[in-house]
Design a protein around this ligand. Structure first.
Ligand SMILES: Cc1cc2nc3c(=O)[nH]c(=O)nc-3n(C[C@H](O)[C@H](O)[C@H](O)COP(=O)(O)O)c2cc1C
Length: 184
């Protein structure tokens, strides 16, 4: 399996970092692009620099590199996950703006009919945010707010993060043991 992963400048970068670690452990080929504010938030919240972040991915690209492999629909992959997804990036995707690699790769994922999962994070949500997410949900983008359930009775931040990462992997169709399932 081959996935595009993007990290943008929403809070909760920990989900993107944990996702990359999980995909690495599961042997999934990852193609990473990080926005400038994504890099900033990862450094601020996770004490991790861009080089360390990139080392978790199989391949990584500059957000300005619109000639990167993942900018083309002819580059086959199994989908794209954007975690976290800022409202700026939600707006760009919902309006077909491809002026950076995150937007272009998402646009390509949509036009090729591949799976696109976004983990938006903002509070409160404005009507503009909600309308942009509705537009994406209507065309099949999986909108997964960074809002973990607590019915698993998580004990640590790691448990909470694993719930969201596990649910993203479920959506893309990857088997994992990151969380207890209700009823099991
Ligand atoms: C510490 C920090 C936390 C932020 N958290 C959020 C957030 O949760 N959601 C959001 O939409 N924007 C958030 N922002 C603002 C975005 O980073 C900003 O809108 C930026 O333009 C997003 O650019 P990008 O989509 O290219 O990453 C945050 C910014 C900073 C500095």
């Amino acid at each position: 399996m081959r996935l595009t992963v993007a990290i943008t400048g929403g809070s909760c970068a920990i989900y993107g970092v944990a996702l990359l670690k999980a995909l690495e452990q599961l042997g999934v080929e990852t193609h990473l692009v990080v926005s400038r504010m994504g890099e900033y938030v990862v450094e601020h919240e996770c004490n991790m620099n861009l080089e360390e972040l990139r080392s978790l991915a199989s391949y990584s690209y500059d957000n300005n590199d619109l000639a990167a492999a993942i900018a083309s629909g002819s580059f086959k992959n199994d989908g794209m996950i954007i975690a976290p997804c800022s409202m700026n990036t939600v707006a760009a995707i919902a309006n077909g703006i491809s002026s950076n690699l995150v937007g272009r790769a998402a646009d390509v994922t949509i036009k090729e009919g591949r799976k696109l999962i976004i983990l938006p994070r903002e509070t409160p949500l404005s009507v503009i945010h909600l309308e942009n997410m509705l537009k994406l949900a209507k065309i099949g983008v999986k909108v997964m707010p960074a809002s973990p359930g607590f019915y698993h009775q998580p004990q640590t931040i790691g448990d909470i993060v694993n719930i969201i990462v596990g649910r993203m992997l479920d959506q893309i169709g990857i088997e994992h043991n990151l969380m207890k399932r209700w009823g099991e």
